[in-house]
Design a protein around this ligand. Structure first.
Ligand code: MN
Length: 424
């Protein structure tokens, strides 16, 4: 068995913020996986969706492969989707960003759905690893919005992809070669909508203790506005020897109490094994030593850029519904796209049916699609009465055809009983 190239430890902190009544963010720091979920939809739904997704990931044990991490994201999607059958929870969904560190290989794997993010802080750079699945991200990519405009766009909270909206979800995956001294953060949008990159970098560069750093990130986001729930997981990449096997590497930082005047009370710490062993206050984790500057920073930053890339091409998910369901509620453009897609689907089939004793050809889907009912496009001379039983059965199966002429041919080939001798 080969020596691990790196070690890591992770902590998480969350705060409800100054505006919301409920914290719909959930996070996880286990020995297997680190994750943030930002729930949405309804009063109870968002909280529930995030909790279900995190619960699904919390069952994972051991060293997860990228494929296994992605599979977990998919099963979390299915769990949320199944739970949303409850009318009270209908339409709920959640973002998910989750990471697995492989100490032996020195790799970190990250999966992402929605607009929670993963970053890597290295030296004076903050590198965004994930790409948001959001309306403004799409607009920026299409060149219709600048990156600066996106920061203040009124619809920047609209996600175009989330867990729990459909049976299938497209999950983006990334991998990076982690290096000692790297600090990876997973966070909900409540962090980066309040703090700019420079502030995040400064906190990560000046506060070595991971629990203090994560609490400072959350606390400053709340101080700077706190308009949304704020959740951060911090993963420090450390020397393998620094990982103390006798001590849990997982710590949880409770809500940091922030009042509206900006006065901050001392951080209360809890969770992990420390809490289980009594006391309710975690024992301090040794400070990670700042890594010695052994390489030229500029060179290593360039390397970083090359090593952060998708480990697979994003899968082709189902087009349309999952993406549009969320956006359609608020975005006219999405509604138009939905209308266009649906009307195309609804009108791209023809079938024969009976109407007032005659065979007719209709354009559309036999049972209609949303508000698109099929229209009669041809009244044929064929009457139901003259069809034999087999043909009548074929007619009533209402088979769909890809063109009008196919449907016409179908009708022409329906067998009729001989006039006057029927039933003979
Ligand atoms: Mn949020």
């Amino acid at each position: 068995m080969s020596e691990p190239r790196i070690g890591h430890r992770a902590v998480t902190a969350t705060h409800v913020g100054r505006v919301r009544d409920v914290n719909q963010d959930r996070s996880l720091v286990s020995d297997a996986v680190v994750a943030v979920a930002d729930g949405m939809g309804g009063h109870a739904g968002g909280e529930k969706a995030a909790a279900i997704a995190i619960a699904e990931l919390s069952g994972a044990r051991g060293q997860l492969s990228p494929e296994r991490l992605r599979a977990l994201a998919r099963s979390a999607n299915m769990r949320v989707f199944e739970a949303s059958a409850d009318p009270a929870l209908h339409g709920m969904g959640t973002t998910l960003v989750a990471a697995v560190v492989n100490d032996v290989d020195g790799q970190i794997f990250i999966v992402n759905v929605g607009d929670s993010r993963a970053y890597c802080q290295r030296d004076d750079r903050l590198i965004q690893i994930t790409r948001d699945h959001s309306l403004v991200e799409d607009l920026v990519r299409d060149g219709r919005l600048s990156a600066e405009e996106a920061l203040t766009h009124p619809q920047r909270n609209i996600v175009t992809r989330a867990l729990g909206i459909a049976e299938e979800v497209e999950v983006d995956g990334f991998e990076a070669a982690a290096e000692i001294g790297d600090r990876f953060i997973l966070c909900s949008d409540g962090l980066f909508n309040e703090l700019d990159d420079a502030t995040i970098i400064e906190i990560l560069q000046t506060i070595a203790d991971p629990r203090e750093a994560v609490a400072e990130l959350v606390g400053q986001a709340v101080e700077h506005g706190g308009r949304d729930n704020v959740t951060v997981c911090l993963i420090d990449i450390i020397e393998p020897a620094e990982v103390e096997t006798s001590q849990s590497i997982t710590e949880r930082v409770a809500d940091r109490v922030v009042d509206v005047t900006g006065e901050i009370e001392p951080v209360r710490l809890e969770g992990g094994e420390a809490e289980a062993s009594g006391g309710g206050v975690a024992t301090m984790v040794a400070d990670p030593q700042p890594p010695p500057p052994t390489v030229d920073p500029v060179q290593s930053l360039d390397d970083r850029h090359r090593t952060i890339e998708q480990f697979e091409k994003p899968e082709r998910g189902p087009i349309g519904p999952p993406k549009l369901l969320l956006a359609a509620a608020v975005v006219l453009g999405a509604l138009i796209a939905l209308y266009g897609t649906t009307s195309w689907y609804a009108s791209s089939a023809w079938f024969a049916d009976e109407a007032d004793g005659a065979v007719v050809i209709l354009q559309g889907r036999p049972d209609g699609v949303l508000w698109f009912d099929p229209d009669v496009v041809e009244q044929t001379e064929v009457t139901v009465e003259e069809l034999n039983d087999a043909s009548l059965e074929r007619l009533r199966s209402r088979r769909e055809w890809g063109s009008l002429s196919d449907a016409q041919e179908f009708v022409a080939n329906l067998e009729r009983t001989d006039d006057g001798t029927a039933g003979g």
